[in-house]
Design a protein around this ligand. Structure first.
Ligand code: 77P
Ligand code: MG
Length: 214
């Protein structure tokens, strides 16, 4: 029976990466995507930009919308100090199943909490589920037409504080025009674009970093 691309990506990690070594998991996925099959991970060009923002924020609580195979979950969690946690939400059960195994191979299962479900349903439950009040950092990488409604939901649920940092993938390709217009024109955000390329390609894409001003 035929396998799926996420299953083939996981197999590449299990064969090539060292258990407990997050960097080797990241490198194995990037190698697979460059040499075997393209996959929608933030990748090895936008990834270092993500890393630099995570290091700058050094979040105590981080949220990721859109886990896919867990590549960016591993990128983020490998940089988090002991005692901090990354909550990552994934709608697609098949993606979540693969991501759990990728995260386990990286040895980061104690820092990453993967929750399956629709972001719109789960965001209002975050405070109760995890005993947190606000997120210091949010990485948006899920359905592009959910970025803006979920940002507004984070605001309504008071899950952002003065200084919370949002980093959004794919603001050019596939594109999130309504989200970009909102964060760039709202007086409640200080927004900046990091130009880059769509993962593993020469197509333009980039990350938008937006600081909530309260
Ligand atoms: O597909 C679900 N999520 C992935 C979101 N991510 C993307 O769609 C995404 C797409 C691309 C991309 C870019 C160019 C291209 F030609 C094709 C795809 C790149 C990226 O970096 C992404 O992040 C999904 C399914 C579902 O049933 N429910 C909830 N979510
Ligand atoms: Mg993406």
């Amino acid at each position: 029976t035929s396998s799926t691309r996420p299953q083939r990506l996981l197999r590449a990690v299990q064969r090539k990466a060292t258990k407990g070594d997050p960097q080797s998991v990241i490198s194995a996925i990037d190698y697979f995507c460059r040499n075997s099959e393209w996959a929608m991970n933030v990748g090895d060009e936008k990834g270092p930009i993500l890393d630099s923002v995570v290091c700058e924020v050094s979040p105590a609580t981080a949220l990721e919308l859109g886990t896919y195979c867990g590549y960016s979950s591993v990128r983020i969690a490998r940089l988090l100090p002991v005692g901090t946690k990354l909550i990552t939400l994934e709608f697609h059960p098949d993606y979540a199943c693969i991501a759990r195994q990728v995260i386990q191979h990286a040895g980061l299962e104690d820092k990453i909490f993967l929750v399956e479900g629709a972001s719109g349903d789960l965001i209002p439950k975050m405070a109760d589920m995890f005993g947190i009040s606000t997120f210091d950092f949010v990485f948006l990488d899920h359905w592009k037409d959910r970025y803006l409604p979920d940002l507004k939901l984070l605001e309504e649920c008071q899950l952002l504080r003065k200084g919370s940092v949002l980093l959004a993938d794919n603001v050019i390709c596939p594109g999130t025009p309504d989200y970009l217009e909102y964060v760039r024109n709202s007086p409640r955000y200080e927004s900046r674009y990091f130009q880059s390329h769509l993962e593993y390609t020469k197509v333009e894409d980039g990350l938008e970093k937006s600081v909530f001003l309260g």
